[in-house]
Write a protein that binds this ligand. Sequence first.
Ligand code: GRF
Length: 222
Amino acid sequence: MSELLPVVILISGGGSNLQAIINASQTGELPVDIRAVISNIDGAHGLVRAQEAGIPTEVIKHTDFASREGFDLALQNSIDDHEPALIILAGFMRLLSDNFVNHYLGRMINIHPSLLPKLKGLNTHQRALEEHRAGTLKEHGASVHFVTPDLDGGPVILQASVPIKRDDTIESLGARVLIREHQIYPVVIRWFAEGRLGFKDNQAIFDGQILEHGLSYDELTS
Ligand code: GRF
């Protein structure tokens, strides 16, 4: 078997993206060694998913720290103990300090539930519905991007879109987006593991080419 990419995955919640990554690694599609899953929330369901897959878990509660910097440093020390080549944010709902982000620049990725640069920040499905009703947004979707100090503003690697339907609710739209998230995240991680994806001068590089806007999963698979 070829060498596995050591990764650490950070979560705060249900962990359905984590599950998609676990599944892809178990089928051999994804050459990763998930060294640890770390959550800032005790009782996050993603921890159970990791334990069921035999992956070591850790809980580092942000509420146990007086400052963001203190939490970030503890998190960084835990992550670095596992010597990962890639840090994967999978529904990790904490703002991260610049020092932390810069420590992992070019080797930390995130998945965001919108077609970035549209709808950065929280509550993206609700805002997508509002904008759709106002006629300012045609479609919605998900993006995988490198994490930089610019919140949700790091270079986009891969996106997948979903239509917005007239009778959509936050839940129905969110569920449709989540399906696409589970498709695109393992693909990006595989590219990184295969050495096809890199980061230089605040830009994503894929197969030696700068990605100006990120790739479209729909175009790649059509
Ligand atoms: C996903 O929508 C992800 O894009 C966002 O948080 C959600 C996490 O879902 N950052 P899950 O925990 O992977 O199910």
